[in-house]
Design a protein around this ligand. Structure first.
Ligand code: ATP
Ligand code: MG
Length: 381
């Protein structure tokens, strides 16, 4: 089946689109990636989304307009990725998260809430392709975090016969899937959000360059700085890092206000911008390594990076330095495009919904049961 996966994450950089052909062999899936592309948001749409994410009040009228503007961009991305190929039969659209309140272990009677804009009905109407959207809601209703949703797809595509693997996505937020080796029967698949991925770095760079640069390409700037380990150790005392899974997070926790508190903490150390960036990069690297040490049954043989942060070779080298016993690679080296993996995942989730197959892993999200993920928006007949 030919399916389009659409994803825009917490970085709010643009829409990752993947056109895939899925072959279902009942006990395994084969994915052929036909096309993959990121379609950046316009400056104006990006800043409207970032405003909403930061809690800026918005009338319902403006909110509805924004919802539809995002759906139109997603539909445009779907049509563009499909161009030159036979028409896809299905779209899986994650939409744009503008609010994520995970279920907290301190208030277990309150459900989480996660809101993605870009309504599926409009995407289906514009593209004339059946669209599945709003993937997180059913897991959250079943008392889950609604995140991470990618671990079962990682398990289907990246489990190795004899090596244990940590699949580490580094978007705005970082998330991991732990895949025991296929021959290690009864070891469970695990997953959680590890904390900030590129988000704090992106914000800091944007501030240092007055918006001329929005990310540290290849980690080149941070690589010239010196890490202040004392600060990293202090930042890692933030309760999220020691909270046991299931756990998820977002812009609400690790965004501008958090960066401001990091800047305050850094003042006594008189860091140069490059030192500050190196130190923030180390926070991402050490928070990943520390969470493996704390929450995995054993350290993985391989760490496979994906997402935009996998292109930051300085960050990659720091993850390797903090996990010396593991081999740190990218998912490209295991046959899955590292830039497109999250978009591919939403194509697979849509496929499972289409087939009536549950999509969440309760052991990962904390949900009380497996549920069907996503709402179906058919096209007019
Ligand atoms: N060449 C590069 N060098 C360093 N960082 C990069 C590079 N290319 C992209 N990035 C980083 O990756 C980010 C985008 O990553 P990605 O799209 O995977 O994240 P996301 O939108 O938050 O998605 P998701 O929620 O699916 O993880 C950019 O904001 C930037 O920080
Ligand atoms: Mg992105």
């Amino acid at each position: 089946m030919r399916i389009i996966g659409l994803m825009s994450g917490t970085s709010v950089d643009g829409i990752d689109a993947a056109l895939v052909e899925i072959e279902d062999h009942h006990t395994s899936l084969t994915i052929h990636l036909l096309q993959a592309q990121t379609y950046p948001y316009s400056e104006s749409l990006r800043s409207q989304i970032l405003d909403v994410c930061s809690g800026k009040p918005l009338s319902m009228e403006s909110f509805a307009t924004l919802d539809d503007a995002i759906a139109q961009e997603f539909a445009k991305a779907a049509l563009a990725i499909n161009h030159g190929h036979p028409k896809a039969q299905l779209i899986g659209s994650h939409g744009q998260t503008v609010f994520h309140r995970p279920r907290s272990p301190q208030a277990i009677e309150t459900l989480g809430y996660s809101l993605q804009l870009g309504r599926g009905a409009l995407i289906a109407h514009i593209t004339q392709i059946k669209t599945i959207s709003n993937f997180r809601a059913a897991d959250i209703a079943a008392q889950g975090q609604g995140a991470p949703l990618v671990p079962p797809i990682d398990a289907a595509l990246l489990t190795h016969l004899s090596h244990s693997r940590a699949i580490q996505n580094i978007g705005g937020i970082g998330n991991v899937t732990y895949l025991p080796a296929r021959n290690a029967i009864q070891t469970p698949i695990l997953g959680w959000d590890t904390g900030p991925g590129n988000m704090l770095l992106d914000l800091a760079i944007t501030q240092f360059t007055n918006g001329k640069q929005t990310y540290d390409a290849d980690g080149a700037w941070a690589a010239t700085g010196e890490i202040c380990n004392e600060l990293v150790t202090h930042w890692l005392t933030q309760p999220f890092f020691s909270q046991a899974p299931p756990k998820s997070t977002g812009r609400e926790q690790f965004s501008a206000a958090y960066l401001e508190s990091c800047c305050q903490d850094a003042k006594p150390f008189s860091l140069m911008p490059a030192d500050f960036l190196a130190t923030l990069t180390e926070l991402t690297a050490r928070s990943i390594a520390q969470s493996y040490q704390q929450f995995l049954p054993e350290l993985p043989d391989e760490v496979l990076l994906c997402g935009g942060g996998s292109r930051n070779s300085y960050l990659k080298s720091r993850i390797q330095a903090n996990l010396p016993t593991a081999q740190v690679l990218t998912t490209d080296e295991a046959g899955i495009n590292a830039d497109a993996k999250e978009a591919i995942a939403f194509a697979v989730l849509a496929y499972w919904r289409h087939c009536g197959q549950c999509g969440n892993l309760p052991a990962v999200t904390g949900a009380t049961q497996s549920v069907l993920l996503g709402e179906i928006h058919p096209t007019a007949v």
